[in-house]
Design a protein around this ligand. Sequence first.
Ligand code: MN
Length: 352
Amino acid sequence: MLVLAGMALAGMATAAGPDGPYILRGAAGWEAVSVEVTADGAQRKSQALAADAAVVIPAVGKVPAFEVKLREPAGDAPGEIRTAANAALFVVADTHGEYETLVSTLRAHKVIDAKLRWTFARGHLVVLGDVFDRGPNHLEILWLLYKLEAEAANAHGGAHLLLGNHETMVLRGDLRYLHARYVETAQLLAQPTYSELFGAQTLLGQWLRSRPAMLRINDQLFLHAGVSRALVDSGLSLAEVNSTVRAVLNGTEEGAVAELVLGSFGPLWYRGYFPERGLPPTATPADVDLALKTYGVRRMLVGHTIVESITPLYDGKVIAVQARPFAGLLMRKGEYWSARPDGGKQRLSTAR
Ligand SMILES: [Mn+2]
């Protein structure tokens, strides 16, 4: 069945497009596998790679192809960093496979240039998770962020991908929201499921498992969804939250702590800042103050729940970043701006 999938798909009306590369651990080192489309239809292509090889990520629409150099397996990314006080920050949330929109936004605000090279100097880019699912181009986003991480570090800035609930879903085999393109990819690459392409032994799968769920930068906390009173009351430190998520993704932890951290009141799912969307109880101002105190910050920046525009909540102690239509959040010289894909920006007046 799996062997025949490629042939069957080649004749189907839904045109399986090219996809990849996915970098897997082969018998003798890295192996790049891709879906390649030829006159005979879509088929699996495989190539052995040296550990420091470069791979080309194909163009998508108006976004040019780019090259990425593979790196050694990543160590666990820190849960806390400090930047120069005047370092600019650019935050995006829930890109969900919308690669062209993300690239337009980063280009328009000079985080990257037309060739997708880092131009944000000592600034920091923070991606609040949910790169996977819904849209058609999450792989390209992951490769871009992987590339920018190295380029930003070379410039003494930073590019930080945080985990969202859709990263943990895909890595743990919950593929309900996967774009159809990637369902076809898994069949064409003869994988039992798409999650195998992000297993712990794959290059991007290992990299994703090294990402944090919560990141403190100076006096602000970045995370996908929010800090609930239940998380505060658990007494878990920021480092313990991150290590619990990693342990769950590596299959070495289950039980009550794992259920809290990966559940509805954990930092990847909580919606209590949004009374119209969340499970009760809604976070009170006192709950938010306690969360800030617990993690030693004055503000939290969250995605996960969609808002109409980037919105300061709780007197600016929480900023909801996942806006539709899409926008990024630019912080520069103490000012906060909603930054649109077309280059326009609007100052947020109510941020503290
Ligand atoms: Mn989410």
